[in-house]
Design a protein around this ligand. Structure first.
Ligand code: ATP
Length: 514
């Protein structure tokens, strides 16, 4: 674990050193849990967004996009339940003066018991070898049975407390479980309090005073309040979806783990409107399809798992997370929620406008049910970055840091390098750049030794380096170096475009989703 933390620190440092992610306002000592994306980060981020946008809107004829404003009428947040219920239960440790989310402390405790169970099972697997029957062992081993019973009881009590919004009970669980503050090591806890996560600001200044508005904590409501506009003007027929990418803001209390939990972040959300009663079929569809989208990137199928929700949000009747194995454990990257007709009904009630769909096949009107897929761009960015980072030992005692980014997401697709800065090599290299740049993000680099230049491109995840040497002048061939294998091949300049396109285009990634 300590080793994993070290790796994570290195990834954060690497992200800064190579222009991916900078702390916000750094020359003023930063602003907590706010980050800026640098020259390479913005390209990677844009590519992730393009992959999502095109997968959703191009590959699904019945999904269209919108871009709604961040500011919205404040009553929207009353209707959605965010003003009253978008809270985190917080608890402070009096000795360390640190603040924690009470639910997270308890979830971590449950995870610890799960770890113990897994360890027991793994120990037994080693002991029994081939003949090991895991199901049997789980049912019959007394220690495992004890742990499972303890976990279930804790889990049941926790779910109940969360569902009842019972803050005293949450505190009591922390006391009874003897959970200690990881920093002070003490159990000196305060009461648990609710804290609303929305940022408020003021709009306009009139004689009557300014209006309090919120920075949206999710992009979804911008879709709901435009449901009628899009359905009518787009002549959409149910089932259909509306997709949106945009900033969201949450005053996260426990903001940590780099860009995993930020106060300003970006979401890619899609609301899929369906007939009442068909929501579970579509929930299943989107749960599977979204995982396929993740896996197509090739970061490793074993790094994903579903986590079905125990406590459902006030609007949901089914919910699952897609979790990704970060260096600090399996963590939520995307949520898929069956939101019933809660949001549209609430907006109907609060706005007084009829928000219904006339279904010509059923010859009746209803308020559509909604399946939501909601993924954080920054968390996706982090999962791509963490799983791509490798410190590699090379033959001859050398080493390199390489980002094995999925080629379609890499900020730079190819770098063109003249072997030396004379004899007409730079001119030919520029000529190649001037051709490739229309289709691929292409760098020209002539500084330092060729080895150093390769390392620089490895560190930002450039899939191809193209080296122009004296032979190139004679036969118009170049060396094409592959990032992951470091293999080099001699190819004709005229073939470069075709070879690179085959490997780096978003199109080939999207085709995997067929
Ligand atoms: P968590 O439990 O981690 O706070 P959540 O369940 O509140 O997340 P959702 O409201 O379902 O998150 O938001 C959908 C997605 O938005 C999440 O899966 C995540 O990728 C992203 N997201 C939410 N909060 C943040 C944040 N503070 N920083 C970065 N991304 C976030």
């Amino acid at each position: 674990m300590a080793q994993q933390e070290d790796v994570f620190k290195k990834i954060v440092a690497h992200a800064k050193e190579y222009g991916f992610v900078f702390p916000s306002s750094e020359i003023y000592d930063g602003l907590s849990a706010v980050y800026d994306y640098g020259q390479n980060g913005v390209e990677l981020k844009n590519n992730i967004k393009r992959y999502w946008w095109e997968a959703m809107t191009l590959l699904h004829e019945n999904i269209v996009g919108i871009d709604s404003a961040i500011f919205m009428h404040p009553t929207i947040w009353k209707a959605s339940g965010h003003v009253d219920a978008f809270n985190d239960p917080l608890i402070d440790n009096r000795d360390s003066k640190k603040r924690y989310r009470a639910d997270v402390l308890i979830e971590d405790q449950i995870a610890k018991i799960d770890d113990k169970i897994t360890k027991e099972v793994e120990k037994a697997r080693k002991r029994f070898g081939e003949s090991f029957d895991e199901t049997m062992f789980r049912q019959t081993n007394a220690r495992v049975a004890d742990l499972v019973a303890r976990r279930e009881a804790l889990h049941e009590r926790f779910s109940q407390a969360m569902n009842d919004n019972n803050l005293d009970e949450l505190r009591q669980i922390i006391i009874d479980e003897e959970i200690v503050d990881p920093i002070s090591g003490t159990k000196n806890w305060t009461e648990v309090r609710q804290f609303n996560l929305m940022f408020k600001t003021e709009m306009g200044s009139t004689a009557d005073g300014a209006m309090t508005v919120y920075l949206r904590p999710e992009t979804a409501q911008g879709i709901f309040v435009n449901y009628l506009n899009v359905q009518k003007t787009g002549r959409m027929r149910i089932p259909f979806g509306i997709a949106q990418i945009g900033k969201a803001f949450r005053n996260e209390i426990v903001a940590r783990q780099f860009i995993f939990r930020m106060r300003e972040f970006e979401q890619m959300e899609m609301q899929f409107f369906v007939r009442p009663g068909e929501e579970m079929t579509w929930f299943k569809y989107w749960k599977e399809w979204r995982l396929r989208w993740h896996k197509a990137l090739g970061l490793g199928d074993e790094k994903y798992r579903y986590h079905d929700h125990e406590k459902l949000a006030h609007y949901a009747n089914a919910a699952t997370d897609i979790e990704f194995q970060m260096p600090f454990g399996f963590k939520e990257v995307e949520g898929i929620h069956s939101r019933t007709n809660f949001d549209l009904s609430q907006h109907e009630k609060f706005s007084g406008k009829k928000i219904q769909y006339f279904d010509p096949e059923l010859n009746s009107s209803y308020t559509p049910y909604v399946i939501e897929t909601s993924i954080g761009v920054d968390r996706m960015f982090l999962s791509v970055l963490c799983s791509s980072y490798e410190e590699q030992k090379l033959d001859g005692g050398d080493s390199r840091v390489v980002l094995h980014l999925p080629a379609a997401l890499a900020p730079v697709k190819c770098a063109v390098m003249p072997l030396v800065r004379k004899d007409g090599l730079p001119e030919l290299a520029h000529e190649i750049v001037d051709d490739l740049k229309f289709d691929f993000s292409t760098h020209y680099d002539e500084k330092d030794s060729i080895g150093k230049r390769y390392r620089r491109q490895d560190a930002i995840g450039t899939p191809f380096c193209i080296t122009v040497d004296h032979q190139s002048l004679e036969d118009r061939t170049v060396t094409l170096r592959h990032r992951d294998s470091m293999e080099q091949e001699r190819v004709a300049i005229d073939d470069l475009h075709k070879i690179i396109h085959g490997r780096v285009s978003l199109n080939s990634l999207l085709r995997k989703l067929k």
